[in-house]
Design a protein around this ligand. Structure first.
Ligand code: KIV
Length: 272
């Protein structure tokens, strides 16, 4: 019997469920623009999330709340132009789905129609049941998001680990089962204890994607700016930095400034 990993020319929601069944971990990263998405996709990432973390890392806001639906569609459209293989999931931003299920469906349709994205992501469990149902009924794949849900940061009051207490952990498991029953294809689990991630991942057949959820999730997601070390002030325990671009880019730019000032750039070969 062959143990070779199946090659996916195009990752679909079905591929992700298959990966879970085969015990293959799923890689997911954020991207918000064409150039970055091209690199992320070419490097073989399975899922690209156009996250509302764009509000933080692209626009400089303190929270994800201010980003608008139009701005998310702009980011998603740029990403879609670059992607050949990955599944592209787009966050429905705060204020575009919480008031009623019809509004949620309208927002999801705008994202799919105007950007060409492949799926949407919403934060919450039972509270957004009707919205998830309505979006799924329209044929739009939905990824859930439980645990630390940044759009509710003012309710939590802190970015600390969620669901450490029994009641919240039990509700999270119930919410995950509900999202699976409704037809979601995957669930992000953010900043929860590793043993809870294990329980959730074992109790549902759709893949869980962790961020600060430990090694038992069926996949992992990070914000690309954090992985590359562009956001040097953000140091949570779960973050593994693969580069220190804040320093490297700063040094390169300082060198350029020095070369311009010293008339070293451009030289004779760098002109017409
Ligand atoms: O917006 C985002 O980047 C996210 C990830 C942290 C999962 O939702």
């Amino acid at each position: 019997m062959s143990t070779a990993k199946k090659e996916y020319k195009r990752v679909t929601v079905k591929s992700l469920i298959e990966m879970k069944q085969q015990g293959e971990k799923i890689s997911m990263l954020t991207a918000y623009d064409y150039s970055m998405a091209k690199i992320v996709d070419s490097a073989g990432v399975d899922v690209i999330l156009v996250g509302d973390s764009a509000s933080n890392v692209m626009a400089g806001h303190e929270t994800t709340l201010p980003i608008t639906l139009d701005q998310m569609i702009y980011h998603a459209t740029s990403v879609i132009r670059a992607v050949k293989r990955a599944l592209v999931v787009v966050d429905i931003p705060f204020g575009s789905y919480q008031s009623d299920p019809k509004e949620a469906l309208r927002s999801a349709i705008r994202i799919m129609k105007e950007s060409g994205a492949h799926a949407v992501k919403l934060e919450g469990g039972i509270e957004i049941k009707e919205s998830v149902k309505r979006i799924l009924n329209a044929g739009i794949p939905v990824m859930g998001h439980l645990g630390l849900t940044p759009q509710a940061i003012y309710k939590f009051g802190t970015y600390a680990v969620r669901a450490k207490e029994k009641d919240e952990a039990e509700k999270l498991i119930e919410d995950a089962k509900l999202l699976e029953r409704l037809g979601c294809f995957s669930i992000v689990l953010e900043k929860i204890p590793a043993n809870l991630t294990k329980k959730v991942s074992e109790s549902i057949s759709i893949p869980t994607i962790g961020i600060g959820g430990g090694k038992h999730a069926d996949g992992q997601v990070l914000v690309i700016h954090d992985l590359l070390g562009m956001t040097h002030e953000f140091n949570p325990r779960f973050l593994r930095r693969y580069m220190n671009l804040y320093e490297d880019m700063g040094n390169a730019i300082a060198q350029y400034v020095g070369d311009v000032k010293s008339k070293n750039f451009p030289n004779d070969e760098e002109q017409y």
